[in-house]
Design a protein around this ligand. Structure first.
Ligand code: ADP
Length: 394
């Protein structure tokens, strides 16, 4: 039987997964998909690397996270896939200041990670529940946690500090940054796409998905990023507000009498593109809408990207390349066009045709800074880390 590495990204009602061929150093993708509707009417769906469907089946009604995971491992081991799963790699959003790289998970590690739940309440508890339920079913399986924060661990102290008394920093109240697996993947892949010299220079990457952030890379390392202590900071997102005067939170609590849970619900789930437009958190719907509120949400979104581009360029001391990635960055040509138009201050000149074709390079020859569209692959990055830990264990 051949070896495979399973990658899991557990959310509240869904598990996204990828299965990678562990017999090859390049870890080719075997299949990827998701289980949706956990807790109600779950369905397992997977495609091969060419996006041809390989499985689409309903799971037992009301099945738990653990049972859904078991169905996945079982699927990976089925004869048609003919794979033995040697390890499972999990995307875990927060590693705090304890974990600066991937780690093999045991009870002690889980205990440490539990303490970080309040820092990422949307994701962390689900990530950890996934690991626990799988450990209960398959205690001997190697499980590896890969953190969204780890790549930013080397941020200079000044980029991590808030202007608060130092005891808060010591207590862990600092900028961690997120989407680290995406930026780490970019740091790996960019030399082969944008050229080694440019990639070794000053690069800003905009990861624009449901969550959104930007990162300044110097010589392939993160030196500044827009997300902070939690994944609420920085750019406006699908349903999160991004950067916000903390005075607004105080006002909502003291004058509107909102509890912290109500404020959290507002800032995490009812803000951003959805909150502003009152229509949707999906950029496709906003781009298709004639509503004034949708136009305003998009205008603020691109305004804030341009503003952060300016700030990150200042920190880098110049800009050698700008890269778009993730759902909106890879697919929403009108958003890229609007951002590039606003970024004419940097000498950026859009090539409209190339932009419509999604690049990879979307600027003209005479653009002072080249702009690129580069698909991210956080799952592959997790597979790579997981395989490295398996090798260490043997
Ligand atoms: P996640 O952060 O959940 O991984 P993705 O990176 O997949 O999210 O990005 C999802 C978002 O990408 C969707 O909410 C949608 O707004 C946006 N998106 C995907 N395809 C398109 C498209 N063709 N045009 C505009 N936006 C798109």
């Amino acid at each position: 039987m051949k070896d495979a590495i399973l990658i899991l990204n557990s959310g509240s009602s869904s598990i996204k997964f990828g299965l990678y061929d562990g017999d090859h150093a390049s870890l080719p993708l075997i299949g990827h998909g998701q289980i949706e509707g956990i807790g109600s009417t779950p369905r397992l769906y997977a495609e091969d690397r060419h996006n041809a469907p390989i499985i689409d089946k309903s799971l037992e009604e009301g099945c738990s996270h653990g049972q859904a995971m078991a169905a996945l491992v079982e699927w990976g081991r089925t004869r048609e896939a003919a794979r033995d799963i040697t390890a499972v790699g999990h995307r875990v959003v927060h590693g705090g200041n304890l974990f600066s790289g991937p780690v093999r998970v045991d009870e002690r590690v889980l205990g440490e990670l539990d303490k970080l739940n309040p820092l990422a309440p949307l994701h962390q508890p689900h990530n950890l529940a996934g690991i626990r339920s799988l450990a209960a079913l398959e205690p001997d399986l190697i499980q590896v946690a890969c953190f969204d924060t780890a790549f930013h661990c080397q941020l200079p102290k000044v980029a991590k500090q808030f202007a608060l008394p130092p005891r808060l920093y010591e207590d862990g109240v600092r900028r961690y940054g997120f989407h680290g697996l995406s930026y780490e993947y970019m740091a790996e892949i960019l030399p082969s796409i944008i050229g080694e010299r440019t990639a070794a220079g000053r690069v800003v990457v905009a990861h624009l998905g449901n969550g959104a952030s930007m990162c300044a890379l110097k010589e392939g390392r993160s030196i500044a990023t827009t997300m902070g202590f939690t994944a609420l900071d920085g750019l406006p997102m699908g349903t999160r507000c991004g950067n916000l005067d903390p005075g607004v939170v105080l006002y909502l609590q003291s004058e509107w009498g909102m509890s912290s849970a109500e404020v959290a619900e507002l800032l995490y789930h009812q803000s951003g593109l959805l909150g502003m437009s009152g229509i949707s958190n999906d950029m496709r719907e906003l781009l298709a809408s004639d509503a004034q509120s949708a136009k305003e949400a998009i205008a603020l979104y691109v305004y804030r990207i341009n503003r952060e581009l300016g700030a990150l360029t200042a920190i880098l001391g110049g800009l050698d390349a700008f890269v778009f990635t993730a759902g909106i960055g890879e697919h929403a040509a009108p958003i890229r066009a609007r951002v590039c138009e606003l970024a004419s201050w940097a000498g950026i000149r859009l090539d409209e045709k190339a932009n419509e074709a999604h690049g990879p390079r979307i600027t003209t020859e005479d653009s002072a800074v080249p702009v690129w569209v580069v698909p991210t692959d956080e799952e592959w990055m997790i597979a790579r880390h997981t395989q490295a830990i398996v090798h260490q264990a043997h």
